[in-house]
Design a protein around this ligand. Structure first.
Ligand SMILES: C=C(O[C@@H]1C=C(C(=O)O)C=C[C@H]1O)C(=O)O
Length: 104
């Protein structure tokens, strides 16, 4: 394999690792939001907040030279997992819900 590809793959692996750590931190925050929503009787989904996120991330994506549709696919995938997890927290109580991963 050419040395430049190996060097690039090293950076790709670092970036992928960083994304996993960031996702784990995000899920810690959203888990707590889910607990607070369940305690307050609020629904898992907040479409007003999501519309704001879509507009903001679409703008950031465009500024970064990315397709806003890609940003929305990415956001939607993650937020769908979060809302599923919030529904589990509300249904089962916060002491009995496993950590969020994309397969929970
Ligand atoms: C985390 C929340 O709950 C849901 C998940 C969101 C997210 O993962 O960013 C955003 C809005 C809600 O549909 C929230 O309301 O902030």
């Amino acid at each position: 394999m050419p040395a430049e590809i190996l060097r690039l793959r090293h950076s790709i692996d670092n970036i992928d690792g960083a994304l996993m750590y960031l996702l784990a931190e995000r899920f810690k925050c959203t888990r707590r939001v889910g607990e607070l929503k369940a305690a307050g009787g609020l629904p898992p989904e907040d479409l007003t907040r999501e519309r704001e996120q879509i507009a903001r991330l679409g703008q950031i994506a465009a500024d970064a030279g990315l397709d806003p549709a890609l940003a929305e696919d990415f956001r939607s995938f993650i937020v769908t997992q979060v809302k599923h997890h919030h529904a589990l927290i509300a249904a089962r109580g916060d002491g009995d819900v496993p950590p969020l991963d994309i397969y929970s």
